[in-house]
Design a protein. Structure first.
Length: 206
């Protein structure tokens, strides 16, 4: 076993040494390993044809490999490396398509907004909180909303542990917020459907 292989084994077995002995640094400095890079994604691998061993890294990887295998033949190794590159490329394409689809859906949702629309933000971990927002301006790719107070609503199905709320349109609180998406810190905004929203009552989690 070469000195490089011994150090790599040490890196894999003793986690506390990882910051000092970087797997990628060790492999890239071993003259027995040749770097192979995929121009589509930037993913790369270090292959050793004498040991028939390969380490694969995702784009911009700085230390830990995505795989590290010893193969039975060079053909098997080359095929596995190419399959790895193809998988990374496929995921990159899928991610790009998903981002584009989300962007398109987001713009379509914004264009469907009108000034005066009320948005609901339901959030909470062990309790449910309801916040209302009124849309005060709509652009091509963004909108401006402002918080409004909620007021109690009388319903037949309200229990002691919950409050039924409807928005108090025009009763503003806080400053206007410009939004380019419906995302919020703990969930998403949705259009109010005109029905009471239920939040956890005081004393039951608030």
């Amino acid at each position: 076993m070469s000195k490089i292989d011994k150090l790599l084994k040490l890196v894999e077995e003793v986690n506390e040494f990882t910051p000092r002995f970087n797997t990628l640094d060790l492999i890239s400095n071993d003259p027995g390993y040749e770097k192979v890079e995929d121009n589509r994604t930037g993913a790369f691998a270090y292959v050793n044809k004498e040991r028939i061993t390969a380490y694969g890294f995702r784009p911009k990887a700085k230390s830990n490999p995505s795989f590290k295998y010893k193969f039975k033949s060079i053909d098997d190794m080359d095929k596995y490396v190419q399959d790895f590159f193809n998988r990374v490329s496929s995921r990159k394409d899928d991610s790009a398509k998903n981002r584009e689809n989300r962007r398109g859906e987001n713009i379509a949702n914004i264009k469907n907004l009108q000034v005066g629309d009320v948005l609901v933000y339901s959030w909470g971990y062990d309790q449910t909180n309801i916040d209302f927002f009124e849309v005060i301006k709509v652009g091509d790719k963004s909108f401006v909303m402002r918080g409004i107070y909620g007021k109690r609503a009388k319903t037949d199905d309200t229990y002691s542990y919950q409050d039924a709320l409807i928005p108090a349109t025009g009763d503003y609180k806080g400053e206007p917020q410009t939004k380019t998406s419906f995302s919020m810190p703990f969930g998403t905004l949705s259009k109010w459907n005109g029905k009471p929203e239920y939040q956890t009552a005081a004393g039951y989690g608030h």
